[in-house]
Design a protein around this ligand. Structure first.
Ligand code: DQA
Length: 145
């Protein structure tokens, strides 16, 4: 099973970006932990991070026929991008949404996700560990034991 882990804008700065909100774990650290989890789960991962909305949409379109599922932290596009949700609806690739912070405990404009209605589920507020939970939850949903 092949799963994509997609990250949106500013997540390349994890580690130094507002550490009081997002922690000090880097995206590279997250990816290496996910590789360990993936080898236990017996799944293959691919990773990508894009700052541009169009690039992120292109990445979702490329999932079609190649990946069985995706874990995505769409960053601020979570709150704004109907186009990103439409891309997932178009390719019909199941995804779990992840956020490091608890978006529901933040500013009002962050308390809504336009992606969530299409998602298998959402993990938020658990920091970098949320990526691992999202991957495990997605794989359990795709290949129930
Ligand atoms: C985020 C939350 C978003 O509101 C924000 O724009 C991000 C990161 C998170 O992981 O908590 O870039 O998705």
């Amino acid at each position: 099973m092949r799963i994509a882990v997609l990250n949106g804008p500013n997540l390349n700065l994890l580690g130094t970006r507002e550490p009081e909100i997002y922690g000090t774990t880097t995206l590279r650290d997250i990816e290496s932990r996910l590789r360990q989890v993936a080898s236990v789960l017996g799944v293959t991962l691919e990773f990508g991070q894009w700052n541009g909305e169009g690039e992120l949409i292109d990445a979702v379109q490329r999932l079609y026929g190649r990946c069985e599922g995706a874990v995505i932290n769409a960053g601020a596009y979570t709150h704004t991008s109907l186009a990103l949700r439409d891309a997932f609806a178009a390719v019909r690739v199941p995804f779990v949404e992840v956020h490091l912070s608890n978006i529901f405990a933040r500013e009002p404009e962050r308390r809504h996700s336009v992606l969530a209605a299409e998602a298998v589920g959402m993990v938020c507020g658990l920091g970098a560990y949320g990526y691992e939970l999202a991957l495990r939850g997605l794989v359990a949903r795709l290949a129930p034991q």
